[in-house]
Design a protein around this ligand. Structure first.
Ligand code: F58
Length: 838
């Protein structure tokens, strides 16, 4: 634990200890009034909902500052190893309610806003814009991990990019996805603190040169042709009911100078502002890719930009604390969230060798001890590679260092596999097959002391399929940390009904110790309790039904089975398998053969990468089906299909708590882990799923009798592929599948247009890269088991309860504990604060 810190608080009251001092309803109300007046220039009498949102946010932010500063002060006072989580994405979601929860003042805030004549705090929470600084699972994982780090009292900084435009907003027009720019900063975002005094310079392009320094040493240096400035914007990340408040430090790119004076003097005004415009473009926009399109130059610039700023910041923080840079790895542990920040391996070497004049071996030792790498995908098209010429033109010095790293590494490989040129080519950082490229996963794997996958199956496949030779070379380097999600956001905030039921039954400690949920197992045969448990779910479903009606105009019945698939739209995630299944059910109802099918509301949500045409067509396909099904009176009370536009964190909070059936139906071996699957299970949804990613572990834990399993296993899929897979054979064997496909071909779901879905059909019936046809019949059978189980509500609720009860393992607190003890070797540092007022 740290020394108690006396901060000489300049603000009224000690906000830290006891936990609610200075933050009762009166204080929140007063804080809001002050901010309305002084910060926003508004009178309470004319304040809009947005004004009140801003005022409350500022008042709450004020109440984070003691903890925020004390947490930084604790490390300044006494060195302590700190986690630096490097991620190009942090999908943190709305901040206000999370901070209220973690401070423990939701009720106080509710009371304060009522004094402004607002009916419910929810009306104010509704107003918050979420920063969409991520694509999906990877970005959201980083956000859950930051929250868990703070809650576990681990000193940490999340380093990333402050994109001016986050992931696009999705609207649906005529069934198609339309992308709209995400202007999350318009109107100001109250949770960030710009720190321009801590800005950093970053170079790009130019050349390298060798020189002899004053002491006669041969050295290399980089002379960039272009620069940008990184301005840190800090977001406080408060832990749950603790004083520890970590930080997310996101870099915004600014121009080095507003003018090129030479260009200016010769009268080229527009040329002079060009560099300014170019450097400010770096943090302009998040790339909405799914790994399907080729890397762009700007993307590599973004990666180097935030990595360089962050490493410089970390070294500077050692220097200001008089800690020698030699002790970098005792004071920092760097986690690379995928390969997007993998350039850190070369950049840290460059800073240590070129700027701090370390010898190679010592620099390498420091780098290797500090850096660890998390892999999130096995899909070959998603493994980052940079064209060598592009890389060289942008980062010439880094390329020299990478060549040297590679040379030394390949020497090791030669010793291990004498005369095996094939292995050398396979393992080299430089890909020489076709046009030359830098393989970022190899750079990360060689530079890191640990490489982990994100679920047991995935980590196993990394060793067996993705990098067998690396795993052979360094068996201890390859580990697993199964993903997790934070129960604060994904239960307490998003499912308040369930949270208060849990509080009542097992006490409120589950929120920081999810293993306690197993106590619920005692209730599995308690009929009254099962009814209450089911009733909390119904509340969530009613709210979602209202939202669906407001957003789409579709009326859905909350008593039907809510069957949900929300995630990025991707062929490997197989939303089209789900869609085909709906067509089969539709046909059964039409043909009068739907005997015991459960009345269902099938809900989809998710964005497609703008350049991923097949994924966009899948959205159109789902909407085509929805249009036909929802308009057909025969389907009334039996089947509804909804595509929820603009799926994001905020919408996710409404969806997980309202779901009965969680669709986790990716082709086995393709989904690294999944994290939505965990959120659903925690909230008492049953899963229909394949043996893929973390589904395997979810099923092991909740019990196979409480999980609807179907589909080919990863090894069966491999065998099929090897033996020449022909989807047509599966179609011929399955009358329901053939009939569904025939209906699509006839244009039944496209107003008679039999060309619209042609590319989708060709893919499915031609080569079917994700084995949709191979798994269809088994999926349909599993759906029949779902329907049957739904008939017995008591039994369904029992299974749902067991899912919640046994999902504690999937708390991100557990994941973070594993990272801390086995990879980072960091301990918590409890922040204590003394009150000099009160
Ligand atoms: C996801 N990856 C995995 N990538 O697909 C998922 O199985 C896993 O649960 C999750 O990471 C967390 O480990 C993912 O979300 C991206 O979004 C990339 C962003 C940058 C472009 C390429 C895709």
């Amino acid at each position: 634990s740290s020394q108690p810190i006396d901060l000489r608080l300049p603000t009224p009251g000690c906000y830290a200890d006891p936990i609610k001092a200075g933050i009762d309803a009166d204080a929140v109300f007063d804080g809001m009034t002050e901010h309305l007046f002084f910060t926003l220039g508004k009178l309470a009498t004319s304040a809009s909902l947005r004004d009140l949102y801003m005022a409350l946010s500022y008042a709450v932010r004020d109440r984070l500052m003691t903890r925020y500063l004390a947490s930084q002060e604790a490390i300044r006072a006494k060195p302590h190893k700190t986690v630096a989580y490097f991620s190009a994405e942090f999908l943190i979601g709305p901040q206000l309610n999370n901070n209220l929860l973690n401070l423990g003042i939701q009720e106080e805030a509710e009371e304060a806003v009522k004094r402004f004549g607002i009916e419910s705090l929810n009306d104010i929470l509704e107003v918050e814009e979420e920063p969409g600084l991520g694509n999906g699972g990877l970005g959201r994982l980083a956000a859950c991990y930051m929250e868990s780090l703070a809650s576990l009292q681990v000193p940490a900084i999340g380093y990333g990019i402050r994109y001016e435009f986050g992931i696009f907003n999705q609207i649906i027009r005529d069934g198609w996805q339309i992308e709209v720019t995400d202007k999350w900063l318009k109107g100001g975002w109250p949770w960030e603190l710009p720190q321009p005094d801590e800005s950093c310079f970053v170079g790009f392009g130019g050349r390298t040169e060798n020189y002899i320094d004053d002491q006669g040493n041969y050295r290399s240096r980089w002379i960039p042709s272009e620069h940008a400035i990184g301005v840190p914007h800090d977001i406080p990340i408060l832990g749950y009911r603790v004083n520890n408040c970590d930080r997310l430090r996101l870099w915004r790119a600014d121009a080095t100078e507003s003018f090129d004076f030479y260009a200016f003097n010769i009268g080229d005004y527009y040329g002079a502002v060009e560099e300014k415009v170019a450097s400010e473009t770096i943090s302009k926009v998040l790339y909405p890719n799914d790994g399907t399109d080729e890397g762009r130059r700007l993307r590599l610039k973004q990666q180097h930009f935030f990595v360089s700023c962050s490493l410089q910041d970390m070294i500077r923080s050692l220097e200001t604390r008089n800690i020698p840079v030699e002790q970098f790895s005792e004071n920092w542990t760097v986690q690379l969230n995928d390969t997007h920040p993998a350039i850190a391996v070369a950049e840290l070497m460059r800073l240590l060798i070129d700027n701090h004049h370390f010898e190679w071996d010592q620099a390498w030792d420091i780098t290797n001890r500090s850096v660890a790498y998390t892999n999130h995908t096995l899909l070959p098209e998603a493994l980052e590679k940079w064209d060598l010429n592009l890389f060289k033109s942008l980062l010439p010095r880094h390329l020299e260092l990478i060549y040297e790293i590679n040379k030394r590494f390949l020497q090791q490989v030669r010793l291990r596999y004498p005369g095996n040129d094939l292995i050398l080519r396979k393992l080299s950082i430089i890909d020489e097959e076709g046009s030359k490229a830098v393989r970022m996963a190899h750079l990360a794997t060689i530079g890191a002391h640990n490489v982990n996958g994100v679920a047991a199956l995935h980590s196993d496949l990394i060793k067996r399929q993705l990098m067998p030779e690396f795993a052979d070379l360094w068996p201890e380097k390859f580990t697993n940390v199964t993903n997790g999600v934070t129960p604060r956001r994904w239960v307490a905030l998003s499912n308040p009904e369930l949270a208060s039921l849990l509080d009542q039954e097992i006490g409120s400690n589950w929120i920081t110790n999810m293993d306690l949920l197993t106590q619920l197992e005692e209730k599995e045969n308690d009929s009254n309790f099962l009814d209450v448990f089911g009733a909390t779910k119904l509340l969530g479903k009613r709210k979602l039904a209202g939202y669906i009606h407001r957003q789409t105009g579709i009326l859905v019945d909350p008593s039907t089975l809510f069957d949900v698939q929300v995630k990025r739209i991707h062929q490997y995630k197989r939303q089209h398998l789900n869609a085909l299944q709906i067509i089969a059910q539709y046909l059964r109802i039409k043909n009068g053969t739907a005997h015991s099918i459960a009345p269902r509301t099938v809900i989809f949500g998710g964005k497609a990468a703008p350049g991923y045409l097949m994924a966009k067509l899948m959205i159109r396909f789902i909407n085509g089906i929805a249009e036909v099904v929802n308009a057909d009176p025969d389907m009334d009370g039996k089947l509804r299909v909804v595509f929820l536009p603009d799926y994001n964190v905020k919408l996710g909070e409404q969806v997980y708590s309202a779901t009965d059936l969680s669709e986790q139906i990716s082709t086995a071996g393709k989904e690294a882990s999944g994290t939505g699957n965990m959120k659903f299970a925690m909230n008492g949804a049953l899963t229909i799923g394949t043996l893929d990613g973390a589904n395997v572990e979810i099923r092991d834990r909740v019990g196979k009798e409480n999980f609807f399993l179907f589909g080919k296993t990863e090894s069966e899929i491999m065998k099929l592929r090897k033996n020449g897979y022909d989807p047509k054979q599966y179609i011929e064997k399955s009358p329901e599948l053939s009939e569904a496909i025939r209906l699509i071909e006839l244009g039944h779901f496209s107003n008679g247009d039999n060309e619209l879905f042609r590319p989708l059909l060709n893919s499915l019936t031609g080569y079917d890269p994700f084995f949709v046809m191979a798994d269809f019949d088994d999926y349909l059978l599993a759906q029949d088991r779902v329907s049957k189980a739904w008939q017995n509500h008591k039994e369904w609720n029992r299974m749902a309860l067991l899912n919640t009860a046994r999902s504690g393992f999937f708390s991100s607190d557990r994941s973070i504990r594993e990272y801390c003890s086995s990879i980072w070797k960091v301990n918590p540092l409890e922040v204590e604060i003394t009150c000099n007022i009160n």
